[in-house]
Design a protein around this ligand. Structure first.
Ligand SMILES: Cc1ncc(COP(=O)(O)O)c(C=O)c1O
Length: 393
């Protein structure tokens, strides 16, 4: 942890700094890249060793422990977004889940459109760009020229009786803008379309309540604020909708009776039909400690802490006359602040060279994302380091 006085308006829940020792990378870097790769929990290697010991010592009998553990971890990550137990499944990543979701629907009828936005995660846009192969048509609503605001009304207007599915991020990955999803969900349901929300940039930093949100599907992965590492995509589908979906990558874990080895497909009821083939057991073991830490803290406190670190950061960046490409209102912004001090790529490289870990997105700027374990001093200190690099020219 950086020494020296804490500057700016006070941050809340400073008791969370006691958890810094649980995240080894904080000892050697100023870690502000939680929107792209959350810090590893110190218990992750222990849990991976536990997974390996089961395999080494018990062989095939390890499945008796592995299989229920994967389901428990799925429910644990589900609990962080407010999902009821038994409604969340884990798979490799969002691309895998979204692809399987797309083919689980019938695009051959007159209701064959997906409505999405140009500001979506590119991987998702790539999936939708191929929907014509299934008979579908993609309607991509353009983003606003400022790259920050999202005109929800444009998306609402694009939804009609031809819409089969609407896919939209809860939080935009470039700018951290929180999208007001309520009108989208309302219109989609009014015309009989399904709503799929990409919650990757929301989970682990916002206090998400999927039930209150009312979307049919809420999916994401774990490499960001959830600190769960790669291989831990997850998807919640409401009980009302899930049994209407027929995934193609059903796999044997998605079957009603996997050990019957029946060549005829018979989907498991509920979310397990999306389980696919053999699950990624080590990934789930690796993710569990960080998920558990967030569950222990509670997402309300995590969100309050995040805002108390990002708002002073944003205000101090504006005071320096720098461009901030994230909403200024904390209620409309999630976990990171996108700052463009000018010459962003060079400034980014200078920060990395000095052990301040952030990232850079072309055309928008440097993304900075303090998590609950960062201090206010670290959050504000990044601006001094940016100024230092700028002065070097
Ligand atoms: C909003 C959003 N969706 C999806 C992804 C990643 O998708 P995948 O799990 O397919 O790598 C990211 C970032 O990596 C993201 O920011």
């Amino acid at each position: 942890m950086r020494s020296g006085p804490v500057r700016g308006s006070g941050s809340v829940h400073d008791d969370l700094l006691e958890r810094r020792g649980d995240y080894p990378v904080l000892a050697t870097t100023t870690y502000l890249a939680n929107h792209t790769l959350g810090a590893m929990h110190r218990r992750t290697p222990e849990r991976l060793a536990e997974y390996a010991a089961l395999w080494a010592e018990r062989g095939v009998v390890a499945w008796e422990t592995w299989a229920p553990e994967v389901e428990r971890v799925a429910d644990l990550v589900g609990s962080l977004i407010g999902a009821p137990a038994g409604t969340t499944v884990m798979r490799q990543n969002v691309a895998d889940l979204l692809g399987d979701l797309a083919v689980s629907l019938d695009w051959s009828g007159p209701r064959n459109r997906v409505v999405t936005s140009a500001l979506e995660w590119p991987g998702s846009l790539h999936t939708w760009s191929q929907i014509g192969r299934l008979g579908g048509e993609a309607v991509v609503v353009p983003g606003e020229p400022d790259g920050v605001s999202f005109d929800v009304q444009r998306m609402v207007d694009a939804i009609d009786e031809r819409t089969l599915l609407v896919e939209c991020s809860h939080v935009l990955f470039r700018t951290s803008t929180i999208v007001d999803l309520a009108p989208v969900v309302e219109k989609a349901h009014l015309v009989g379309a399904l709503v799929v929300v990409d919650g990757y940039q929301a989970a682990g930093t916002l206090d998400v309540d999927v039930v209150a949100l009312g979307a049919d599907v809420y999916l994401g992965g774990s490499v960001k604020y959830l600190s769960g590492g790669p291989g831990n995509g997850w998807m919640h589908v409401t009980a009302d909708v899930v049994d209407r979906l027929e995934p193609v990558s059903a796999g044997w874990f998605g079957q009603l009776a996997p050990f019957a080895f029946d060549p005829e497909i018979a989907y498991a009821p509920g979310i397990r039909r999306f389980a696919g083939g053999t699950p990624g057991v080590p990934s789930a073991y690796a993710a569990e400690p960080a998920y558990q830490a967030l569950a222990d803290i509670g997402m309300t406190r995590v969100r309050e802490r995040s805002t108390s670190l990002t708002q002073p950061l944003l205000e101090a960046a504006l005071e320096r006359g720098w461009t901030v490409r994230s909403p200024h209102d904390p209620a409309r912004r999630a976990g990171h602040v996108t700052i463009d001090p000018g010459d962003s790529q060079r400034v980014h490289d200078g920060l990395i060279a000095r052990g301040t870990l952030v990232d850079h997105r072309p055309g928008v700027g440097i993304r900075v994302s303090p998590h609950f374990y960062n201090s206010l001093d670290e959050s504000l200190g990044v601006l001094d380091t940016m100024a230092e690099v700028l002065a070097e020219r």
